[in-house]
Design a protein. Structure first.
Length: 135
């Protein structure tokens, strides 16, 4: 496989990473506030009684913005910070090892979103469409 041929598709791969990560993040917020999909955390944000509810708001808003590729860098920055805080407040105190404390997804989200802060939205983004329209 020729690496140069793969490099040509880097913007599309970055765009897909952003879209899928954003949709998965959005799903966490929609479960907390819209009870969809049904599950253990369904409706948990409706009481709005603590950091988990605030995280749910960020998951909804930032997840949607990331999936659309709109305000990607600021949304990714806020989402990354939220996941860092979530890890240290909710997961880290349980156990040192992420695989044992349930925090591996929070760490992964944190660093994927941090990467998007620096890499930008990639292909298929409203940010790129707005930039082209302004030019």
């Amino acid at each position: 496989m020729n690496a140069d041929r793969l490099t040509a598709y880097q913007p599309q791969a970055l765009g897909l990473l952003r879209i899928v990560s954003g949709l998965m993040f959005l799903e966490h917020g929609s479960q907390k506030f819209l009870s969809f999909p049904a599950g253990e955390r369904a409706g948990s944000g409706l009481a709005f009684d603590g950091p988990s509810a605030w995280a749910g708001v960020i998951e909804l808003v930032a997840g949607l913005l990331l999936a659309l590729g709109l305000f990607t860098r600021p949304a990714a920055f806020v989402a990354s910070g939220t996941m860092a805080v979530a890890y240290w407040l909710a997961h880290g105190p349980r156990n040192f090892f992420p695989v044992n404390n349930g925090g591996d997804a929070a760490i992964l989200y944190c660093f994927v979103f941090l990467y998007l802060v620096f890499a930008g939205p990639g292909a298929f983004s409203l940010d790129a469409k707005l930039r082209r329209g302004a030019a």
